[in-house]
Write a protein that binds this ligand. Structure first.
Ligand code: DX5
Ligand code: ZN
Length: 232
């Protein structure tokens, strides 16, 4: 269960997406793409045609985070287009089992996201249907927001929930993750870290990814959840 870094292109230059992706290729594990529809969140970004184009111009695995009101309709299409992971929001999805299975059937990993105020326990029965749980550490919609540390206890609970099921489910955090907050996230149980402004707001995106990874790896090595996993 290695640390993975997923830079969010929300903070990149949208007119130069292929170049921005190339700046972190070979250094980051994923390219995080925030799809927003101005309904589920008060912001509008990009959709399927842009993701399809980006997929032609990058070798990086694409991690699609769908902040849209109708993920049941759209999520399988992102998977069919070639996104390696597709994450849908628990607050938006109507038929989670069907939609998560459709994502997997199309060959992608299936992710389930929860907003800061949404508990994870009601979704425990869905754990066998998912490969990743995304705990939003800001209210979704914008990059560069302040990290909400009220999510940390939920992250600890999510880590025990996943361990209790013996499942290899990744725990992703997204929002306000940077050099001052990434260690708390790793310590509490996260293993996949989305970082937008901390990477693409930096003059050296690849260097920023390396530094974040080193911090997260250090914190993970000392984390109780990780050490108990090693001993069991
Ligand atoms: C926010 C998006 C995030 C965003 C994170 O709703 O889901 O992926 O890009 O940006 P930072 O890392 O700047 O908070
Ligand atoms: Zn995101």
């Amino acid at each position: 269960m290695a640390v993975q870094i997923s830079p969010s292109i929300l903070s990149a230059d949208f007119a130069r997406l292929a170049d921005e992706a190339a700046a972190v290729a070979g250094v980051a594990d994923w390219l995080h793409v925030d799809v927003m529809d101005n309904h589920f969140v008060p912001n509008l970004t990009l959709g399927l045609p842009v993701v399809e184009s980006l997929l032609k111009h990058t070798t990086m695995p694409v991690d699609c985070h769908l902040m849209i009101t109708d993920p049941d309709r759209w999520a399988p299409e992102y998977a069919q287009a070639g996104a390696r992971n597709v994450t849908i929001h628990a607050e938006a999805v109507h038929a989670p089992v069907r939609t998560l299975r459709a994502i997997r059937a199309a060959g992608a990993r299936a992710g389930l996201a929860v907003n800061p105020g949404t508990a994870v326990e009601p979704y425990e029965d869905l754990l066998p249907e998912i490969d990743m749980l995304l705990l939003m550490t800001v209210e979704p919609g914008f990059g560069g927001q302040h990290f909400l540390d009220i999510v940390l206890p939920k992250l600890r609970r999510a880590r025990s929930l996943v361990a209790g099921h013996g499942a290899a489910i990744w725990l992703q955090v997204d929002g306000g993750v940077h050099e001052e907050t990434i260690e708390q996230c790793a310590e509490a149980g996260a293993d996949v870290f989305v970082a937008g402004s901390a990477v693409f707001g930096s003059a050296d995106p690849a260097g920023a990814v390396r530094a974040l990874r080193a911090q997260a790896e250090r914190a993970t090595a000392h984390a109780a959840w990780h050490r108990s996993g090693l001993m069991s």
